[in-house]
Ligand binder design. Structure first.
Ligand SMILES: Cc1ncc(COP(=O)(O)O)c(C=O)c1O
Length: 372
């Protein structure tokens, strides 16, 4: 195989339209706290079917604000997934709470509701569920569990814009949800995030918290509560509006690209492909992550793909085994055996909205060869 080719793991999908609207904002002089942010929020709320949306500076900021809104503090526990990006646990740690990791389902890679139930205690103050790789979590069961315990469910939907659960988009169901717009996401604003909520009161609180604790009624130097600077700006919001307009095409292209990989990789012995949609879960394709055959030396496969110019990523390391969490809470191997086993096997292949069909065929060939 030629080694001159490089196939990137990810790439944003932008054109002149984003450039035009960014320039318009730059020339308008309203760079932040301007009307473009309101328009982005309104458009986003409509797209996901939520009554309220509050734009923030990142997905992490959104998750943190929902933890603040839930009143999470020292001594509290927050149950979450070990198979996720660190921010879904960090958001609770920022407020002094202890993350409690419940194991995942080996097929969906999302939280196993039975494990969540077993992990809940009288100290549980919230559950942060993740729609990993854009596949909706078990919303109904998790919601029922949280209602029984009288604690909020926070939906980390950072990877799931456009996904649906029971026929309705993530964001429309009620639990407050957080979306993220880093450049590898379905929709990007470079950096940015959005929180959707079904409570006007929570929406007003989020808008205050992201804006240094200012109240709607107060002045610029009046702070009603301890807040943060977690604002998005009008430049990013303008990009977001254009990207949202493209969402149907983005989702369709990503779905087609995923289907192509699944065809190209069908029948590779022992290779597990991302789980298919079912009657309740419709994925929004964020990444294409395979689980290598059991016993495969993943590092050898990664190195061989790299030699052939194919970028990959070890999605996702278990959060509880990250150095700072081992050190701080004494977490070790064996805490979440399913997540640990899947995490050792899973690998993200190059995947983005504009991925070329020939590149996908090349990646699939390279992977097949590496696994022979
Ligand atoms: C599951 C999950 N949660 C949270 C985040 C954090 O989003 P951001 O990078 O915008 O802070 C990400 C983004 O990578 C994510 O994938």
């Amino acid at each position: 195989m030629s080694t001159t080719r490089t196939i990137p793991l990810s790439s944003p999908w932008l054109d002149e339209r984003e450039e035009e609207v960014v320039l318009e904002v730059l020339r308008s002089g309203r760079l932040s706290l301007g009307p473009t942010i309101d328009r982005f929020e309104e458009a986003f709320a409509e797209v996901v079917g939520a009554p309220y949306a509050a734009a923030v500076s990142s997905g992490t900021a959104g998750l943190h604000l929902l933890c603040v809104a839930a009143g999470i503090g020292p001594g509290d526990e927050v149950v979450t997934s070990p198979y996720s990006f660190v921010a879904s646990a960090n958001c609770a740690i920022y407020e002094g709470a202890t993350p409690v990791f419940a194991d995942i389902d080996p097929v969906t890679l999302n939280l196993d509701p039975g494990a969540v139930e077993a992990a809940m205690s009288e100290r549980t103050k919230a559950v942060v569920a993740v729609d990993i790789y854009g596949y909706p979590c078990e919303l109904a069961e998790l919601r029922a569990l949280c209602e029984r315990h009288g604690v909020p469910l926070i939906d980390d939907a950072c990877e799931a814009l456009g996904a649906s659960y029971r026929g309705q988009r993530i964001g429309s169901h009620g639990p407050s949800a957080v979306f993220a717009f880093y450049p590898n996401k379905q929709v990007t604003t470079a950096e940015g995030g959005m929180v959707t909520t079904h409570s006007e009161e929570e929406w007003r609180l989020l808008r205050s918290l992201r804006n240094q604790g200012r109240a709607d009624s107060g002045g610029w130097l009046e702070h009603a509560r301890l807040g943060f600077n977690y604002r998005i700006d009008d430049v990013r919001a303008a990009m977001g509006i254009v990207q949202l307009e493209k969402l149907p095409e983005i989702l369709a292209r990503r779905q087609a690209a995923a289907a192509r990989y699944s065809d190209l990789l069908a029948g590779v012995p022992g290779l597990d492909l991302p789980c298919a949609d079912d009657a309740e879960h419709a994925r929004s394709w964020f990444v294409y992550v395979v689980a290598l055959p059991e016993g495969t030396d993943r590092e050898r496969v990664i190195a061989e793909l790299e030699r052939n110019g194919v970028q990959t990523a070890r999605y996702l390391p278990c959060i509880h085994l990250q150095p700072y969490l081992r050190e701080r809470y004494g977490f070790a191997e064996g805490l979440c055996p399913v997540a640990e086993a899947m995490s050792a096997r899973t690998l993200a292949l190059p995947f983005h909205t504009g991925i070329d069909e020939a590149d996908q065929a090349y990646v699939a060939d390279a992977l097949r060869t590496a696994l022979e």
